[in-house]
Design a protein around this ligand. Structure first.
Ligand code: FMN
Length: 446
């Protein structure tokens, strides 16, 4: 049998009014729409019309400090995606949830619920929560250290996956004549006793449609990559250059063998923020128009958060001052932002402009063909299995991507023209995990 052609994957990263930090001020945008369910349903339906693999919502557990200057909505993602599940059929639904500030039993249950309610379309963006403010909303004075967060995350995933597997797939018998609802031998406690968690189990909901929801990860530090290689099936990452993206791709795929996994078991999805114009000039004008709406005070607050350092008073027309390395926050973004400023010798003002479109993710302004060229180049040159598409404004820029760029990718035979599977795992071409480890006798009998 020949291998089917390698397929591109596209996820829409949905953020309130769009990814450009001044999106909410753009005349095409109705800023308060982002406070309504209708806005997100419209976006999900557009993504589905474009045959995208999934939509994704980021999340954290603190109000941003600079909400004075930016549109903010922050519906809890599992709640929001449950509502969207009811009015969509195909699109995958990826919610962010933290392993640092949750309990595995509670989250395993919530994701199993979303997976059942959506007919097997749930995905979990597993984050360890890099921000300091979140800790203070959940009974802690300080955020736990980077290494501790990842150690807890690894055990968290062991517990969550064991809980999903605490039910064999055929545990529900529902034999009305015999009066037997469930095969209790196929529902087992997990009896987990670890450093961070003691969990008896079993879970109080049957095994998810997909076995496990799709497991996504978005940390790119050393510890983040190791965690991804062990656990994740898709990885979101911010990469500025083709060379950096190729190195990251090779590095991450190279780690999978150490965990008995193959390179195809994990998809790498770098971010791309496409600024689309009918001509290149129109795209550049659009980018300039958005950048003209930037508030540097907001940009400096964002930069301070990304570099975990107070930079709110630094002069705008001088180079980025020295910042102490070794953050306990977001290590990969720290390296990316400082690397960009130094490599291109940017003043703080120019750096803020470069970050405004995608907070360090790559921004590409051009015609639909030029954007498709960039996507194809990274996909074929060993830098990406697909993309995390970050529309500059919403809903307009996602409409443009779906109506103008997706058809080019389809004509080139890179992207699907129809869904050929039902679940999110099927969209991503990833196997459904078995319960072999926990129910060996059932597996043998099958
Ligand atoms: C596309 C993308 C989306 C992310 N979304 C979130 C999020 O919703 N919540 C969060 O706490 N962190 C989010 N992160 C941050 C990562 O999960 C991670 O905490 C961060 O990259 C720091 O980890 P590292 O030091 O291993 O890179 C995101 C990162 C990327 C690249």
């Amino acid at each position: 049998m020949t291998n089917p052609a390698r397929r591109l994957h596209l996820n829409a990263f949905v953020m309130a009014n769009g990814h450009h930090e001044a999106a909410w001020r753009h005349p095409d945008v109705r800023p308060t729409d982002a406070l309504t369910l209708a806005h997100y349903v419209d976006i999900a339906r557009t993504a589905e019309r474009g045959r995208l693999d999934s939509i994704f919502f980021a999340d954290n557990l603190a109000l941003p400090r600079n909400v004075r200057f930016n549109g903010h909505s922050a519906f809890e993602p599992i709640t929001l995606l449950s509502a969207i599940a009811a009015v969509t059929e195909h699109i995958g639904l990826i919610a962010t949830a933290s392993t640092t500030y949750n309990e595995p039993y509670l989250l395993a249950r919530a994701f199993a619920s979303l997976d059942h309610l959506s007919g097997g379309r749930a995905g979990w963006n597993i984050v360890t929560s890099a921000g300091q403010d979140e800790a203070r909303n959940v009974n802690l004075a300080e955020r736990p250290d980077h290494a501790d967060r990842y150690a807890r995350a690894a055990e968290f995933l062991d517990v969550a996956t064991a809980l999903w597997d605490s039910w064999a797939d055929d545990a529900v018998v529902a034999d009305q004549a015999a009066g037997i609802w469930a095969d209790v031998d196929a529902i087992r406690p997990i009896d987990h006793e670890g450093e961070h968690f003691q969990v008896r189990g079993p879970l109080n909901i049957r095994r998810p449609v997909q076995g496990h929801p799709l497991l996504v990860q978005a940390g790119s530090s050393e510890a983040g990559k190791e965690f991804a290689a062990r656990t994740a099936e898709a990885v979101f990452t911010a990469q500025q250059t083709l060379e950096d993206a190729q190195a990251f791709y090779r590095d991450l795929k190279g780690r999978l063998g150490g965990y008995g996994r193959s390179p195809e078991d994990l998809l790498v999805l770098p971010g791309i923020s496409p600024v689309i114009g009918r001509t290149e000039q129109e795209a550049r004008d659009r980018e300039a128009e958005l950048n003209s709406l930037i508030n540097p005070q907001y940009g400096l607050a964002q930069l301070s958060a990304m570099l975990d350092t107070d930079l709110t008073d630094v002069p705008l027309d001088e180079p980025l001052p020295d910042v102490a390395p070794g953050t306990e926050g977001n290590q990969s973004r720290f390296d990316l932002v400082v690397g960009l400023a130094r490599r291109e010798d940017l003043t703080v003002r120019r750096l803020l402009e470069r970050l405004a479109g995608g907070r360090g993710h790559r921004v590409v302004a051009g015609t639909p063909e030029q954007i498709a060229d960039e996507i194809e180049r990274w996909f074929t040159d060993g830098a990406a299995d697909g993309f995390n598409v970050m529309p500059p404004t919403l809903p307009g820029s996602l409409d443009d991507f779906v109506d103008l760029v997706v058809p080019v990718l389809q004509r080139r035979g890179l992207f699907r023209t129809e869904y050929d599977g039902a679940t999110l795992r099927e969209h991503y071409g990833l196997a459904r995990p078995t319960v072999r480890d926990r129910h060996p006798e059932k597996e043998n009998a099958a």
